[in-house]
Design a protein around this ligand. Sequence first.
Ligand SMILES: [Zn+2]
Length: 147
Amino acid sequence: MTEKEECFFCQIIIGSIQSKKVYEDDHVLAILDANPASAGHILLMPKSHYPTLQALPEEIGKHLFVTTKRLSHTLLRTLKQQGVSGTSLFLAEGKDAGQKAQHCILHIIPRREQDGINLQLPQNQVPPGALQELQDKLKMSVMKEGR
Ligand SMILES: [Zn+2]
């Protein structure tokens, strides 16, 4: 079996596995997460099999983000009466970042006041010079890699 044939989300995209679709076009599919972090939790994915964000072509990436904005707005507008006052976006790139799916997935999570979802990031202290060193290294690297 190919990577695509083994992919749970590719099976959803072709319809072999049922899902609750909320949006679909030629390039992306959005479904309700069957095990949501909160009511209305959406999984947005490219319809072609890209295992990571890195594998995603730039044009599909742009479309994915434009669709994210649209779906976030829809959640805010439509679930306002259910207390939704914000959305959090989550994309895990790599196992250590929490990626479990073998397909690039962007989570759009509706947020309510004191909903108990913990996405608080630590705010660490860094040694003097460390930020400068990182800035120099990353700035140089991103320029080399270009588009
Ligand atoms: Zn896939």
